[in-house]
Unconditional design. Structure first.
Length: 451
């Protein structure tokens, strides 16, 4: 700490410009800033973070070079790939300039980059800076991703429909159908991208937004295979609880509505920042919620229904049927919602941030994974931590109504809720004094100080 007082070290963070990635990176920045580091966030113009929400950070906007991207149609994987091609030279130029201007008092200790912003590692190496990877998905997802590479090389994938329910050896409880495939790109392109994103090249350490007590054996397996140290220091949102990096405006009016609902009665429904659905699926969810007779808070994100904007897409007669029993917003303050006493269940796409936030709220889940790591998370939620139930592939109102009643009313749901509370306590222990995440964070800081 003596050294830190004399020479505050600067860390350059490179988030991937999507909500589910920006959140954990900026939370990490908040945590490391509280430990005495100066923080610079290098970011794209697209989905750029709001500097006024982070007055303690410096921001380094990278000149925009991207052709019109297609993120609204959900072609995110191709977009991220394009980022890697287009931003390397810009980042090199901008970072070199910062280094020229820096004094001894403000030395850059390292670059911390989102696992998919691989160009950052190459630039750090060229500028002789150490680099550290932040993995924003679960450890189980990482193993599943490396397995895709192996199974493809061994000829097991693509697999026939008849194998989709088969368990994958060494990857319990994942079945072939749970592998984190992309809905946006071909298997060949996915394999190429995964070999790039899972390769740490010259990086010195890996930070993981997960918790040892959730993924102990998976983390141990990864550490055995990995020649650099890994630091599971999550859940980042819980340690950096005050920071918000929402790209959309949060509609806090739903909190006042929640205040009027009884304890544990509300099912919160949200499918994150990138998943989308069609009108038929929207109608099935709407009538499933209406028919369940349970109070609900539903996020219908603009652009999430192919080709349309909010409220007018809801089925005819739906609003009249639900009356005051349901509340619909475009974007919610999700962490506050999941911490609210009235919320007793979360109907979710199972993005990793949502999964961690639900676990930290002690809230059991109805899992409706859409793509990629969401399938892995859903399987862990329902089969390993047993704090949720998973819906079938096709959204059907009857199945949704039944799932809500199982979770919110029946004995099975009460038991899941109890297990969710126990899981929450375990996670709380990990960030407290002597807990695994706290210890890992201290070790991480030591390594960064030694650079
Ligand atoms: C994407 C992928 O879908 C996901 O599988 C991957 O793990 C991360 O990137 P996203 O769809 O954004 O994530 O889901 P998630 O990881 O759950 O992150 C969404 C974030 O937005 C959460 O931190 C959540 O709190 C926040 N959110 C969501 C809000 O603040 N308000 C909302 O109304 C909905």
């Amino acid at each position: 700490m003596e050294r830190q007082r004399m020479r505050p070290l600067r860390l350059v963070l490179v988030p991937c410009p999507f909500q589910g990635h920006i959140n954990p990176m900026l939370q990490l920045g908040t945590i490391l800033h509280s430990k005495g580091f100066s923080i610079t966030v290098a970011h794209t113009q697209f989905n750029s973070p709001n500097p006024s929400a982070h007055p303690d950070f410096s921001f380094l906007p990278l000149p925009d070079t991207l052709p019109d991207h297609n993120s609204s149609t959900g072609d995110l994987v191709a977009f991220v790939w394009e980022l890697n091609v287009n931003y390397k030279a810009r980042f090199h130029e901008c970072l070199a300039q910062v280094m020229e201007q820096q004094g001894l008092e403000d030395r850059i200790a390292c670059v911390i980059y989102d696992e998919v912003m691989c160009f950052s590692e190459a630039v750090a190496m060229e500028l002789k800076l150490p680099s550290v990877v932040l993995r924003t998905a679960s450890a189980a997802t990482f193993l599943a991703r490396t397995s895709i590479l192996q199974l493809k090389a061994e000829g097991y994938i693509p697999f026939p429909e008849s194998m989709s329910q088969d368990l994958i050896p060494e990857l319990y409880p994942l079945r072939f159908k749970d592998l984190p495939f992309s809905v946006f790109i071909t298997l060949e392109d996915l394999v190429q991208q995964l070999s790039t994103f899972t390769n740490i090249r010259t990086s010195s350490a890996i930070i993981w937004n997960t918790i040892d007590s959730l993924e102990k054996s998976t983390l141990a397996k990864i550490q055995q295979q990995c020649r650099i140290p890994i630091f599971p220091i999550g859940p980042l949102h819980e340690i950096a609880s005050a920071s918000s990096s929402s790209l959309l405006e949060e509609d806090s009016s739903c909190l006042a509505w929640l205040d009027k609902q009884s304890y544990n009665s509300v099912i919160y429904v949200s499918f994150g920042s990138v998943a989308f659905m069609d009108m038929k699926e929207l109608a099935e969810i709407a009538w499933g919620l209406a028919n369940s007779q349970q109070p609900f808070l539903w996020v219908v994100r603009p652009g999430s229904i192919r080709g349309s904007e909010l409220i007018e897409v809801l089925p005819k007669g739906f609003k009249e049927t639900i009356g005051e029993r349901g509340y619909i917003v475009k974007w919610a303050p999700q962490k506050e919602v999941l911490a609210h006493d009235a919320v007793g269940g979360f109907f979710s796409h199972c993005g990793w941030n949502s999964t961690l936030e639900s676990i930290c709220g002690g809230i059991p889940m109805i899992c409706r994974p859409c793509f990629s790591d969401q399938r892995v998370n859903a399987r862990y939620i329902s089969q390993v931590w047993t704090v949720g139930l998973e819906l079938g592939n096709e959204l059907q109102r009857g199945e949704i109504e039944r799932a809500i009643r199982r979770l919110m009313v029946e004995k099975e749901g009460k038991e899941m809720s109890e297990r969710a509370k126990i899981l929450k306590e375990k996670v709380e222990l990990s960030i407290g004094e002597g807990g695994s995440s706290k210890n890992s964070l201290n070790e991480l800081i030591e390594i960064i100080m030694s650079f």
